[in-house]
Design a protein around this ligand. Structure first.
Ligand SMILES: [Zn+2]
Ligand SMILES: [Zn+2]
Length: 131
């Protein structure tokens, strides 16, 4: 059995919203293994099911969803930077679970300077603050 476009969309949605997805064609809920590509903006997903042996590279979102992506407002960015230490964050645009990490700032006059980055792998928006 192969996965249809609709099923691939469902896997992509599920992955971005909850970090896991279930195989659409296996009878029991087989969890699909997913690796996100390393593109900085709008990652592809490599998804595979060990039970039925399907493997797919799922492209980043296409139109019409992409048409709804927009930059985070400064209000939203401020809100994210305040809340990121306290709770899991969702992208204000597409409900993706956001990735929070510390980045070594290269080329900064301050040696060892770091920034806290909040990033959405789906729509590719991010914001950061020194920390
Ligand atoms: Zn399967
Ligand atoms: Zn997003």
């Amino acid at each position: 059995m192969t996965w249809t476009d609709e099923q691939l969309n469902a896997i992509r949605d599920s992955y971005w919203r909850s970090s896991v997805a279930v195989c659409p064609t296996c009878p029991r809920d087989a969890v699909v293994t997913i690796e996100a590509g390393n593109a900085v903006v709008r990652k592809t997903l490599d998804a595979g099911c060990r039970i039925c042996n399907e493997r797919w590279r799922i492209s980043p979102d296409t139109y019409p969803l992409v048409g709804t992506f927009r930059d985070w407002s400064s209000e939203e960015q401020r809100e994210l930077m305040i809340r990121h230490n306290k709770q899991a964050l969702l992208c204000p645009v597409d409900d993706t679970v956001l990735k929070v990490y510390t980045l070594q700032v290269g080329g900064s006059p301050v040696v060892g300077a770091k920034a806290q980055v909040v990033e959405c792998g789906r729509c590719g928006r991010s914001c950061s603050e020194p920390g």
